[in-house]
Ligand binder design. Structure first.
Ligand SMILES: Cc1cc2nc3c(=O)[nH]c(=O)nc-3n(C[C@H](O)[C@H](O)[C@H](O)COP(=O)(O)OP(=O)(O)OC[C@H]3O[C@@H](n4cnc5c(N)ncnc54)[C@H](O)[C@@H]3O)c2cc1C
Length: 422
């Protein structure tokens, strides 16, 4: 693709999660040309993968759908999925950016009919569901994906199966010859909103994540509870599909720990309180135990905390969980913890244990290809050596959606100002 246009008055937004979408819409609705790029095959970020999100506990679609409609109706916004930034040169008001697009093997003629998936036989781990189930090698990223367009997994490219997938499409939408491509943009400012990644739970060896089947992470719990998740919303044990009657949440799994993530992500306590309600609503006879160091529920979230705390089916025990083991015969998971109120060592068995892992900035593993300043954990700093590259949302610090949206609005204003700099 050729260089697309003069950079004046145009803004690149990297990351199409809640922060990136908000920054893009604010800037475009103020009259600026905006380009959104996201490395995934769909927009919406981590929120798209939740079951419900606080404060209103609505499904992700209710917030995302409005943003997608605004994007569709705004001719000033263009977006590119499966795209990452390769190179940035220049300065505020005049950046040259090179973008790299991974092949999707499906073009814009796709109607989302699913005939390609019917023709596919290979199953791959479902990335949207954090590998809790599999999908066909021709797949829609998820039921409400935006754009609503299939992806062919690179694993089958070059095989007879790929030819069958192509032949099954009546619209000529499968393009097996697609190659990685690069294109250039000129923009006046860049909003970097690449969000967060879950801390790698397997690094906390004594919790046995990956070895113990009924030990999952909080992001997996969102998928397990979601109607469009691997079990159609039924919260069951991954080992055998048995119902969950007794669940434990282990707070600060790796967080506030010098050996892992020294900081508090601020959201995980609320996420576990929320996830306890997922189970209790589905199975009123169930009970939930939350092992915590301190419960962090700031501002208006205090009410949510006290409401969940008041439920007699919820036990909050102050104490950092030690070793977690699973009985291979029964699948029951034992959590050992020192109850700080009594000083006693507790050992209890659960059907399912959820590790409340913290949030790692997306900018830690994938740095901005420019002179950008980070804190010691990889979060992008507010003040930058190069004006016109502005961090927004969880790439700056772990926050909730409402705060991400506010931060993105501020980033949009800073980006608009930067476009006038030359
Ligand atoms: C378990 C859990 C539950 C939560 N529940 C809630 C809740 O109920 N309510 C609430 O308000 N908050 C909740 N949060 C916090 C919420 O997830 C964040 O506030 C929100 O995701 C922030 O949006 P973001 O756009 O900054 O980041 P993200 O959602 O992470 O979006 C970042 C986007 O950038 C893209 N990207 C990443 N790297 C690149 C790259 N190199 N190039 C191009 N694109 C890239 C990603 O694909 C993604 O689309 C929860 C957090 C956790 C851990």
């Amino acid at each position: 693709m050729a260089e697309m246009q003069n950079g004046e008055r145009s803004i690149l937004v990297v990351g199409g999660g809640m922060s990136g979408l908000s920054a893009a819409l604010e800037a475009a609705e103020a009259g600026f040309q905006v380009f959104i790029v996201d490395k995934e095959a769909y927009l919406g970020g981590r929120v798209a993968r939740m079951n419900k999100y606080f404060p209103k506990l609505c499904p992700p679609n209710c917030g995302l759908e409005i943003n997608f409609r605004r994007i569709k109706n705004n001719p000033l916004i263009r977006f590119f999925t499966m795209t990452e930034v390769e190179k940035i040169t220049g300065e505020a008001g005049n950046f040259d950016v090179t973008l790299k697009v991974a092949p999707r093997y499906v073009n814009a003629k796709c109607t989302g009919c699913g005939l390609c998936a019917e023709a596919a036989t290979t199953e791959i781990a479902n990335p949207f569901n954090y590998g809790l189930d599999t999908v066909k090698a021709a797949y829609l990223p998820h039921d409400f994906a935006f754009p609503m367009r299939y992806v062919i997994a690179p694993e089958v490219i070059g095989s007879e199966e790929a030819s069958r997938i192509k032949a099954a499409c009546p619209y000529g939408a499968v393009d097996l010859e697609m190659q990685p491509a690069t294109f250039d943009l000129k923009v006046g400012a860049i909003v970097w909103a690449t969000g967060w990644e879950p801390y790698e739970a397997a690094k906390i060896a004594y919790y046995g994540f990956g070895k113990n089947k009924n030990v999952i992470t909080n992001v997996m719990m969102e998928r397990l509870a979601a109607q469009n998740g691997p079990t159609a919303g039924k919260i069951v044990r991954p080992s055998d599909g048995a119902p969950v009657n007794k669940i434990a949440f282990v707070q600060c799994a790796g967080s506030r720990d010098e050996n892992h993530l020294p900081y508090c992500s601020g959201i995980c306590c609320l996420a576990s309180l929320k996830q306890a309600t997922y189970l209790l609503e589905e199975n009123p006879a169930a009970n939930a135990t939350i092992f915590y160091i301190d419960i962090r529920a700031l501002g208006k979230y205090e009410d949510f905390y006290t409401k969940v705390q008041a439920d007699e089916r919820v036990a909050l025990i102050k104490g950092k969980a030690g070793e977690i083991t699973e009985n291979p015969e029964t699948g029951m998971v034992t959590v050992q913890v020192e109850d700080q109120a009594t000083g006693r060592i507790l050992k209890d068995e659960f059907d399912l244990v959820v590790l409340a892992t913290g949030m790692v900035p997306g900018s830690a593993s994938c740095k901005v290809p420019a002179d950008v300043a980070y804190d010691e954990h990889g979060f992008i700093l507010g003040s930058q050596p190069v004006a016109g590259i502005i961090g927004a949302g969880c790439v700056r610090r772990p926050v909730d959606v409402a705060t991400s949206v506010q931060d993105a609005t501020a980033a949009a204003l800073k980006a608009i100002q930067a476009t006038f700099r030359r």
